[in-house]
Design a protein around this ligand. Structure first.
Ligand code: ADP
Length: 631
């Protein structure tokens, strides 16, 4: 028998964890997938940002140097005027002739240097000569003492200044130098440079960059909208100071307002603009990596903006790939696990089947050996029964034989009488015949001889039937009922003469499965008993009535109108040696033997007590198909 090895928990309790697991697993997997995706996104973003910072730093360095070289190109130019004697002359003695000369000189110098303007101020800040002396918006005579570059230069410091020209309203980079003569500063030389070339270069290189000055105002930018915006909040005082200095003319100096700013490292910031801003694509904030560095020899800062949109997109793709990878891996793991479970279940089932098979084979073997033992036992019993049967049959045969001999012995007186009478007659007849022959009376002798012949025949029949009765027979013979009745009556002929009966024969002839002699013997016994019972009465009736029953049985009733059998005798009838007959008349074997013979042939013998009186013996015997037509 298979035993289930599962836990003893009731099924209602075991269902719950499984249900929980079935519900939790997908949620867990979903969370893990999202987690992996987000992790992938973060890692990719981090790595991308680092790479972007490195590239940005190189770009920053490259372009900052470009700006520095552009600025330093003109650094020497104002100091050059010190070498020019006409300049010094003008400063010392400002005659129109000197002025004109210097004007022309400055015009030539400006043209050659490619600057916007070169001009000369006296120590009070008034323009003495300028390269644009012929232009309508010439600086000549203008008072620029308020300019910071002048104030620096007149005190011997290099004047560096970005501003919007008060005359032209044009932005430019101003470089000023105090001109020394005789150990004192006698004037200031100023060069105004335009730096749009830098912006154009950035634009061409699709670079987003700007330069902010010492006030935090963007003075150069690849994006024109950023120009003159403050990169850091300006206090009101600063605003006022700057407005008064007219450095940025009348510009509003609005603050540059990114949506968010986050410091990532030294000089590196993440910055994003609102979607509506010109930088945005209209839907999402635009983010940049902002890297700055101070430009050498100036208080200015160069800032590079690197868009991180591509980086984000890439990180998103990497995140999705990570999530997808995890999902595929999880799916493969689950599939593998399921397959493993299926294989395990199959193996368990096969093992269980094998065990069941083995158990079955064991049981079959046990049963077989049991069966063999009981078979052997049965065989021995059969053998014993056969032996007993054999012994019984032999005893029965011997009994039959004894019974027959007893009947013969019982009848010996009658037989002797029956044989002696014809013998005496034969003696007389044979003597007479001899005498008649001697007298030549052949006719009488011939009739005597015929009578002798008849008598010898009769005596022969008597001895033949006795011999047949005494003979041993087998159990599987066959008999003709009519012949058997005739033979029995022949045997009892003598008795019938002494006790005449009214015989009623009412039976169809039949072929029965019993030895002929045995059937005769049964009939002799039954008829003899009837004769005995009726011997002391006047009216003697004997019925022999036969009928076939079904297809294979024959019933013969031997009935008399004798005195019947008293009740206390009835139960002893078939016991051997039970007899009510006096002296040598009865042996008590007749019914016993007859019943045995009938049983041995497959039939039986029983007794009935008709209401009308008398006794009826019923003999049942197997019927054989009648092959020959009835005689
Ligand atoms: P036996 O004839 O030697 O006595 P049986 O076995 O043939 O032995 O009969 C046993 C007894 O059965 C008889 O003694 C008799 O009392 C009784 N019996 C048998 N047949 C009849 C019969 N037809 N009518 C009355 N009694 C009978």
């Amino acid at each position: 028998m298979l035993q289930c090895a599962s836990s003893p928990l009731p099924s209602s309790l075991t269902v719950k964890p499984r249900l929980l697991r079935n519900l939790l697993l997908p949620i867990l997997l979903l969370l893990l997938t999202l987690g992996f995706g987000y992790g992938g996104y973060l890692i990719s973003e981090g790595a991308g940002t680092r790479a972007l910072i490195e590239t940005g730093e190189r770009q920053l360095e490259l372009h900052a140097r470009g700006v520095e070289s552009e600025i330093s190109r003109y650094t020497y130019l104002p100091s050059l005027l010190e070498l020019e004697s006409s300049v010094t002359r003008l400063l010392l003695d400002s005659t129109p002739a000197h002025r004109e000369r210097v004007n022309q000189y400055l015009e030539g110098l400006n043209r050659r240097a490619g600057s916007r303007a070169v001009y000369l101020l006296d120590t009070s800040g008034r323009v003495l000569a300028t390269s644009n002396w012929q232009d309508p918006d010439s600086y000549l005579g203008e008072d620029l003492s308020f300019r910071a570059y002048f104030q620096d230069a007149v005190q011997g410091r290099p004047g560096r200044f970005y501003g919007i020209g008060s005359t032209t309203g044009e932005p430019g980079y101003y470089l000023a130098h105090g001109l020394v003569h005789g150990g004192r500063i006698v004037g200031v030389a100023v060069v105004k440079v335009k730096m749009e070339a830098l912006e154009e270069r950035w634009e061409k290189a699709r670079l987003q960059a700007f330069v902010s000055d010492e006030n935090g105002i963007i003075i150069l930018s690849s994006d024109p909208t950023l120009r003159l915006k403050a990169v850091r909040p300006l206090s009101d005082q600063d605003k006022e100071r700057l407005a008064r200095s007219l450095q940025y003319y009348w510009w509003a100096l609005n603050e540059w307002q990114p949506l968010s700013r986050q410091r990532l490292a030294d000089g590196v910031e993440a910055i994003s603009f609102p979607p509506q801003s010109p930088e945005g694509d209209g839907h999402r904030p635009v983010s940049y990596l902002m890297q700055s560095r101070q430009l050498n020899d100036t208080p200015w800062n160069f800032t590079l903006l690197t868009p991180v949109q591509d980086l984000r997109r890439e990180a998103m793709i990497h995140g999705m790939l990570a999530a997808l990878g995890f999902a595929v891996l999880a799916f493969l793991l689950i599939a593998w696990n399921e397959r493993r479970k299926v294989i395990a279940t199959r193996l368990a089932a096969r093992e269980a089947l094998e065990q069941a098979n083995n158990a079955l084979e064991r049981r079959i073997a046990e049963r077989t050996s049991d069966l063999r033992a009981s078979n052997q036992h049965l065989r021995e019993q059969i053998r014993e029964r056969r032996q007993a049967e054999d012994t019984l049959r032999k005893a029965q045969d011997r009994l039959v034989q004894a019974g027959k001999l007893a009947v013969i012995g019982q009848m010996s007186t009658s037989i002797a009488h029956e044989l002696n009478q014809p013998l005496a007659a034969l003696r007389t007849l044979s003597g007479n015949t001899v005498r008649f022959l001697a007298r030549g009376r052949l006719d009488v002798a011939s009739s005597n001889l015929e009578a002798i012949n008849d008598m010898v025949d009769r005596m022969g029949r008597i001895t033949a039937s006795l011999r047949a009765f005494a003979r041993r027979a087998d159990d599987h013979g066959q008999a003709r009922l009519g012949q058997a009745v005739d033979a029995a009556l022949m045997v009892l002929q003598v008795r019938l003469k002494q006790v005449p009966v009214n015989l009623h024969r009412d039976y169809p002839d039949a072929r029965l499965a019993i030895d002929q002699t045995r059937l005769e013997q049964i009939l002799v016994n039954l008829i003899a008993n009837a004769l005995d019972a009726m011997s002391s009465q006047e009216d003697r009736q004997l019925w022999l009535e036969g009928r076939t029953e079904g297809t294979d049985r024959y019933r013969l009733v031997v009935r008399d109108n004798g005195p019947g059998i008293p009740p206390d005798t009835r139960r002893h009838l078939f016991e051997p040696f039970f007899t009510t007959k006096p002296g040598e008349l009865g042996l008590g074997l007749g019914l016993t033997l007859s019943a045995s013979l009938a049983t041995a042939a497959g039939g039986n013998l029983s007794v009935a007590y008709p209401e009308a009186g008398g006794t009826a013996f019923e003999l049942y015997l197997p019927l054989l198909p009648d092959m020959e037509p009835p005689a």
